[in-house]
Design a protein around this ligand. Structure first.
Ligand SMILES: Nc1ncnc2c1ncn2[C@@H]1O[C@H](COP(=O)(O)OP(=O)(O)OP(=O)(O)O)[C@@H](O)[C@H]1O
Ligand SMILES: [Mg+2]
Length: 304
């Protein structure tokens, strides 16, 4: 069977600013039809990687292929993108802005109305952009990115600065584009919870390096997360009681001591062990795993 071509394949990507590597030996593989969440904290290298992918800046090393095309000009022909905050002619209407973008890209004007409808701006298209809310501007940016009917949509933090309703609107739009129009979507965010519900696969980047990648279902498998608060003087007893548990991480200070997060044990067993070890517990809670848990377990120190 012939191997299917990835929508986006990045290998060994590196981009430095001075002596600092903003993106360091990055490998990514985004399969066609997926919604890929590209996650990482501020300054992790997400925008830099996306600019390299789009050919907006040069990379120092590595290869980038979009639907198998590696040429920097040609590989953009199937891509629509929204990188950081979109800019518009603020004194013109949303519709006029899209008409200008369409003319620039050689796309007929009759594509503008459907693009506005696609993002729910059909009734506001004639209003000038300076009167748009941030969420409306983001959606107009997505409409502009959709004008060329891309097979791959690159969205850099499309919900940045939006309120919860605005975030939900954009999330639903992304899900609908993937579902109804089979557009492959690569979306970056520093908000892990936000992407968890919409992405099928995620890559987590920190300091320019990929630290985890996988299907969301797989990454979140492995049972619930327990959080237990213990007095800091009881840490040695806690470590002894939990020595055989794979993941136990101190995640912060609580009102009465330290909060330790655990996976790979259930609440009853944990309680039994702590009582047996004579470790007083101020609180114990259990909840489903999130990408934040995964990120914290990958980046924070293990208890010693
Ligand atoms: N033009 C530039 N000149 C110098 N350093 C830069 C430049 N652009 C980015 N960097 C540095 O590269 C690193 C990665 O930045 P980048 O903007 O790619 O991160 P990010 O993951 O997009 O962060 P954010 O979530 O804040 O958008 C940072 O250390 C940043 O300071
Ligand atoms: Mg960024």
């Amino acid at each position: 069977m012939a191997a299917t071509t990835a929508a986006l394949e990045v290998k060994g990507l590196r981009r430095t600013y001075g002596s600092r590597a903003a993106v360091d030996n990055l490998d990514l593989c985004v399969t066609e039809g997926s919604v890929y969440g590209f996650l990482g904290p501020n300054g992790a290298g997400k925008t830099t990687a996306m600019r390299c992918i789009l050919g907006l800046i040069k990379s120092d090393a590595g290869s980038i292929a979009i639907f198998g095309e590696t040429n920097a000009v040609k590989r953009r022909q199937h891509v629509g993108a929204l990188v950081e905050t979109p800019r518009f002619y603020e004194w013109l209407s949303g519709k006029k802005n899209l008409e200008i973008a369409a003319a620039y890209a050689g796309i007929p004007n009759d594509q503008v109305a459907p693009a506005l409808t696609r993002v729910g701006l059909q009734d506001r298209g004639n209003d000038i952009v300076s009167g748009y809310s941030l969420g409306m501007k983001q959606r107009l940016g997505i409409a502009r990115a959709l004008l060329t009917k891309p097979r791959l949509l690159l969205l850099d933090e499309p919900t940045n600065g939006l309120d919860p309703q605005g975030m939900k609107d954009v999330r639903e739009l992304i899900a609908a584009l993937a579902r109804d129009e089979a557009i492959t979507i690569f979306i970056s965010s520093h908000l892990l919870f936000e992407v968890q519900s919409v992405a099928t696969r995620v890559g987590i980047i920190e300091n320019g390096k990929l630290i985890a990648e996988g299907d969301v279902d797989e990454l979140l498998a492995g049972g619930d997360v327990l959080e237990v608060e213990v007095g800091s003087t009881d840490k040695a007893g806690l470590s002894a009681a939990l020595a055989d548990i794979a993941e136990a991480t101190v995640i912060g200070a609580g009102a009465e001591g330290e909060i330790v997060q655990l996976t790979g044990i259930d609440a009853a067993e944990l309680n039994k062990r702590l009582v047996a070890a004579g470790v007083p517990v101020s609180s114990l809670s259990s909840r489903g795993r999130t990408l934040e848990d995964l990120f914290l377990s990958l980046t924070k120190s293990e208890i010693t």
